[in-house]
Design a protein around this ligand. Sequence first.
Ligand SMILES: [Ca+2]
Ligand SMILES: [Ca+2]
Length: 190
Amino acid sequence: MARFDRKYWRRCTLPMGGDANAAVEFALGAPFLLGIVVILLELSMMLTTRLTLEGALRRAVTVGTVSGLEDAERSTRVRAAFDAELGALVAAEDVVFEQMIYDDLGSVGMAEPFVDSNGSGERDPGEAFTDLNGNDRWDDDRGRPGAGGAEDIVRYRVRYPWRPMVSLVEALLPNGYLQIDLSQTVRNEP
Ligand SMILES: [Ca+2]
Ligand SMILES: [Ca+2]
């Protein structure tokens, strides 16, 4: 009768060696680590995009506030200065760049006044309103398009839907993108 070899039995039944364990652990952990790396890369892309847009907005404001320009020329120069600062990361066709003139600082971003006849808390069709910007319709922002003249108050606003490159990250975001919304209000020089 064959003698029972305890050492041989243990060699056959014990788990695999250290290398095999490490391989299994790596196989299980790799997707998680890869996911973290991808998210960090996307985050850095988003921050770089935001910084680029902030720089372009700053440049536009610098160009926009100088004295001695009429509205149309000022507006054209501002837009050109802004566009020139957009790098390759920004899809220029997706950028919404807005220039709005206001009568005073308290009016910035405010809706045109209206009579809330039905008490709904919002302006409904048919309710009377004051057309402050003279475009013959009610607006939820009373500003007039343009970069204004001397001492005018102007708000520059940039909106941009930043989209990740990796579809997995895109799926994590509401609507598949992250809205970057920047604005700066200035008074033009005399
Ligand atoms: Ca109403
Ligand atoms: Ca209006």
